[in-house]
Design a protein around this ligand. Structure first.
Ligand SMILES: [Zn+2]
Ligand SMILES: [Zn+2]
Length: 449
């Protein structure tokens, strides 16, 4: 009896192992079967980019594809503060029995960049921007890679329904590049009108990592970003009579230098912060002291309390320097922190990151899974974790021709970055890896026991 039980156990173990190998093989086979059509989809999307707030055709295409795969699809989901913009968010749901709800997110928008890759499927699209100016448009951040990978994943998962259970929610998010898209779908009730996720996952392509590899960062991966506008007001007058004025240009110069002491003297060296003055405008002529100078800043930080402290320091230092220059109270500087051009830090839940990294290692081998350092760039995916109460992870998808990465390391020349007019993902291995990574992540969280 005991021997027979053991045999049954051994057989079932063998069977499970074989079944797992087959599942992996069949996933590869399904992706192989779809790859040519995915590359065509990618090239079609690449040639037809749309700017943030105007993703009408991209969203309609995404929705149509998902509906054909059997998902329940809601279109035009999302609301902006500015009523002139339509929210082109797409939400697709597939219910498949009991289990966790997993939300996958792709962005839909492209950038005002004039493509210079010379590829046969390069974008020649021009369209009006928010200000009504005609601009060239390009998928220079690889959101076309993300959309295509998501469609590939959606198809494979629809076909593998016997291997997972739970609720899958796939969203096409508009306006990531102007960081108000995540807000637009969350404020419209993404987590109230549709099943609230237990896990949220996204991928972003990389302009440094080889196609065929995936990367991950545990904990803080990207910084929060706050736009700050400062108007320094003085008392203008003749350039030859400084004694009769309060010169806002000199005050602005002192403010710019003093702001650098926030990072070097006020902030803990263990809490990364960036304060960059990206724009300064004031004056019209050599011999006129102007009334005003305008500064535009970006502030990056990981922790929310650090961000708040830095913003308070910016206001304090700016006002203090103006006061020291003798500028009267009623001409004190105006310091504004933008609510619309703000995005929270991207925090990858460490436990979920660990689970996904293990699943990726199984799927691709340890050599193809890379731990990456955090960066001070920003993106609005961080908003989906609702102040770290919903576990969320954005992992990195290698997108560059491995030969180019090798050459760049050997010669020390840098590769075109994301947002560059020369950014050129290598379609086939990138999409293959994107679909396999995203599908493996979902199966890790939703697989049937
Ligand atoms: Zn981007
Ligand atoms: Zn992007």
């Amino acid at each position: 009896m005991r021997i027979r039980l053991c045999l049954v156990f051994l057989c079932s173990l063998l069977f499970t192992t074989v079944a797992k190998v087959n599942a992996q093989q069949s996933l590869d086979a399904l992706i192989d079967r779809d790859l040519a059509s995915l590359v065509t989809t990618y090239k079609t999307l690449h040639a037809a980019p749309e700017l943030s707030h105007y993703e009408e055709k991209t969203a309609a295409f995404f929705a149509t594809q998902l509906r054909a795969l059997g998902y329940t699809v809601t279109e035009r989901f999302g609301k902006y503060e500015d009523p002139k913009w339509t929210g082109y968010g797409v939400v697709a749901v597939m219910k498949n029995g009991a289990g966790p709800t997993v939300l996958l997110r792709t962005e839909l928008d492209a950038l005002p960049v004039d493509e210079k890759t010379g590829l046969p499927y390069a974008s020649k699209v021009k369209m009006p921007n928010d200000a009504g100016q005609e601009v060239s448009v390009m998928h220079a951040c690889g959101h076309d890679v993300h959309i295509t990978s998501m469609l590939g994943t959606a198809k494979v998962l629809a076909e593998m329904k016997d291997q997972w259970s739970g609720t899958l929610v796939i969203i096409g998010q508009p306006a990531e590049e102007v960081v108000d898209g995540a807000k637009s779908v969350l404020c419209a009730g993404l987590y109230e009108k549709f099943p609230k996720p237990d896990y949220v996952i996204a991928l972003h392509d990389s302009a440094d990592l080889e196609a065929g590899k995936v990367g991950y960062t545990s904990g803080y991966a990207m910084a929060s970003s706050t736009s700050v506008d400062i108007k320094i007001r003085g008392l203008g007058g003749h350039g030859a009579r400084p004694e009769a004025t309060k010169d806002p240009i000199v005050v602005a110069a002192q403010v710019i230098m003093a702001l650098q002491t926030i990072v070097s003297r006020e902030d803990s060296p263990l809490d990364p912060v960036v304060v960059t003055v990206g724009s300064i405008h004031g004056g019209t002529k050599h011999n006129i002291i102007p009334d005003e100078v305008d500064l535009q800043l970006t502030v990056r930080a990981y922790k929310e309390d650090v961000r708040k402290r830095v913003l308070a320091s910016i206001a304090r230092i700016t006002k203090g320097i103006a006061m020291a220059a003798g500028i009267p109270e009623d001409r004190a500087p105006i310091v504004k922190f933008s609510e619309t051009q703000y995005t929270s830090a991207l925090y990858n839940d460490p436990q979920l990151t660990e689970r996904l990294a293990t699943a990726f290692t199984k799927a691709f081998g340890a050599d193809n899974v890379v731990k990456l350092p955090p960066v001070m760039m920003s993106e609005d995916f961080g908003a989906y974790n609702l102040d770290q109460t919903v576990p969320a992870v954005q992992f990195t998808l290698g997108a560059v021709d491995p030969a180019k990465v090798k050459l760049s390391r050997e010669t020390g020349t840098s590769l075109p970055s994301l947002h560059s007019a020369m950014f050129q993902p290598l379609p086939e291995p990138t999409l293959r890896t994107g679909v396999k990574a995203m599908t493996s992540a979902v199966l890790e969280l939703m697989k049937k026991n």
